[in-house]
Ligand binder design. Structure first.
Ligand SMILES: [Zn+2]
Length: 175
């Protein structure tokens, strides 16, 4: 189970090590070592449940799709063309860029109890356009601070089909 840092602090569990912190506009990105794992956390300051946590695989998968995300930003936010780009980072975490919603949204989605389609939860971090640009400018520094990032292969690349993905413990959507 992965907890956001603020929630851990509330639970009075000591975390291992904050490797570095970056301010991205009004949002904060932290690189945190917990045991043998490293997590990249994006949070809205002073908002306990506005926090998303990514392991190295999810972060790498996000970085591998930056050109597509930038293209979606250009098309749907800047040129205001209709459409949506959604990237499934794994489990219940998605990055979306949607026409009419002026942000790059990192958010947990959930399956409603009565079935139907996935819905966005309240737990997420929406980067404004200038914050996304700030993130892009800081990216080299951020990635330099994440240990062994180069050696991470996101599990998504080993999925041969949808069924494999459903059975993957690292990335299958939570029901
Ligand atoms: Zn997977």
């Amino acid at each position: 189970m992965v907890y956001c840092r603020k929630i851990i602090q509330e639970m009075s569990i000591e975390i291992d090590n904050i490797l570095s912190d970056f301010m991205i506009g009004g949002k904060k990105l932290s690189i945190i070592e917990q045991g043998s794992e490293v997590f990249i956390e994006l949070e809205v300051e002073d908002a306990v449940h506005k926090c998303v946590s990514m392991d190295r695989g999810k972060w790498k998968y996000f970085c591998d799709h930056l050109e597509k995300i930038k293209l979606a930003v250009k098309n749907y936010l800047i040129r205001a063309r209709e459409g949506t780009y959604a990237l499934h980072l794994g489990k219940n975490l998605f990055v979306t860029v949607t026409h009419g919603v002026p942000c790059i949204d990192f958010r947990k989605w959930y399956l409603p109890k009565d079935g139907g389609f996935l819905k966005p939860s309240l737990n997420g971090v929406a980067l404004k356009l200038d914050e996304f640009e700030a993130l892009m400018e800081t990216l080299i520094d951020i990635n330099d601070d994440i240990p062994y990032l180069d050696s991470v292969i996101p599990c998504q690349y080993s999925h041969q089909n949808e069924l494999n993905c459903q059975h993957c413990t690292q990335s299958a959507p939570m029901n």
